[in-house]
Design a binder for this molecule. Structure first.
Ligand code: SF4
Ligand code: SF4
Length: 94
């Protein structure tokens, strides 16, 4: 049987040296069909349905808190309409 080795992470070294990478969410509102997949599955509860209507008559998502997105791209992967994506946003680096 193969041996495995655990590498403990020191909170004071590696993690604290890392830059905090945040995401910026972009919604292409008129592509959205209001299914809510992105909202329901965002691990950081960044999104909610907006009150505006797009040209298809749906409510596209809007960002609740611009500091919460971690740029995981999950919303982007799930969206059936390719209506949302995230990009890295460096201005939140610590
Ligand atoms: S990239 Fe991740 S954290 Fe950011 S809005 Fe999409 S699912 Fe949420
Ligand atoms: S997953 Fe896409 S189509 Fe569905 S609500 Fe989000 S942006 Fe709109």
């Amino acid at each position: 049987m193969q041996k495995t080795k655990k590498y403990p992470i020191s909170q004071t070294d590696e993690i604290s040296r890392r830059k905090k990478k945040m995401g910026q969410v972009i919604v292409i509102e008129d592509r959205c069909k209001g299914c809510g997949f992105c909202i329901a599955n965002c691990p950081r509860q960044v999104l909610r349905l907006s009150s505006v209507f797009n040209k298809k008559g749906y409510h596209p998502p809007e960002v609740v808190d611009t500091t919460r997105c971690v740029n995981c791209h999950f919303c982007e992967i799930l969206c059936p309409e390719f209506a949302i994506y995230s990009v890295e946003y460096d201005d939140f680096e610590e």
